[in-house]
Design a protein around this ligand. Structure first.
Ligand code: KIV
Length: 268
């Protein structure tokens, strides 16, 4: 039987029903098929591919052409899941540039939603993209593309000034027309508050269990991170699982029932 494809409207309806949204990063057709069949709702072609596939220390070297290449591969493997693709470093430096680059990701890469990292300064860009028919996923909290300015991958929103900025910017992104928001590495209480305040679904990574959904980097949750895995992640290949499909299925179940992330995976 044909399965109904997930759209931004599907995700909004899931939020309204209190159903948790399951997302993972994905970079090729083979995994796209596996994740799609396991019931993952959102496949994120993240610029994290610069680190986990290309071996860079940051996501900064990743280009739009590389994102479009991997997105097109994922698009060929998916059937049901929504395809969200990152605009990489500098791709949204001006609204005009963002419009051009988003067009490339949608036309060449098959992106259904484009994700862009940044706060208030991007509100105009989000509005322009939305007006042109591009669904947008905003990304607040830890912004990996800004690692050189931040001086490391640190949790954000831990003091009241920065928490208030994230709250305000989340609201701004929704008002500008964003359809989704990724909140990365912020305290669980702040993420839960923002998820309740916004109409649009909020997908957390390192942001506690109170978000409308969860996303992880595929390689982290398969225990393929050669360095130190992030504190907020879980190795789903552990606990005796020997097949990748079983690990993905365990992740889908854990997110849907709310048992991931657990307290031990919620540093703040
Ligand atoms: O690039 C990526 O994988 C991401 C996730 C960490 C949310 O943006």
């Amino acid at each position: 039987m044909a399965v109904a494809p997930v759209s931004v409207a599907t995700l909004a309806a899931m939020k309204a029903r209190g159903e948790r949204i399951v997302s993972l990063t994905c970079y090729d057709a083979c995994f796209a098929q596996l994740l799609d069949r396991a019931g993952v709702d959102v496949l994120l072609v993240g610029d994290s591919l610069g680190m986990v596939l290309q071996g860079h220390a940051t996501t900064v070297p990743v280009t739009v052409a590389q994102m479009a290449y991997h997105a097109a591969a994922v698009a060929r493997g998916r059937e049901r899941a929504l395809l969200v693709v990152d605009l990489p470093f500098m791709a949204a430096a001006t609204p005009e540039r963002a419009l051009d680059q988003a067009a490339q990701l949608m036309q060449e890469g098959g992106a259904q939603v484009v994700k862009l990292e940044g706060g208030a300064w991007l509100a105009d860009t989000v509005q322009r993209l939305t007006e042109q028919g591009v669904p947008v996923c905003a990304h607040l909290g830890l912004l990996p593309q800004s690692v050189n300015r931040l001086g490391g991958y640190r949790f954000q929103g831990r003091d009241e000034t920065s928490a208030e900025r994230i709250r305000r910017e989340a609201q701004l992104m929704e008002e500008a027309g964003a359809s989704l928001l990724v909140l990365e590495c912020v305290p669980a209480a702040l993420a839960a508050e923002i998820s309740q305040a916004l109409q649009i679904p909020v997908i957390g990574i390192g942001a506690g269990a109170g978000c409308d959904g969860q996303v992880l980097v595929l390689h982290d949750m398969l225990g393929l991170n050669p360095g130190r895995p992030p504190r907020f992640s879980r190795d789903f290949m552990a606990a005796g699982r020997s097949a990748i499909g079983e690990a993905i299925a365990a992740y889908v179940t854990a997110v849907r029932e709310g048992s991931f992330p657990a307290a031990a995976e919620t540093p703040y």
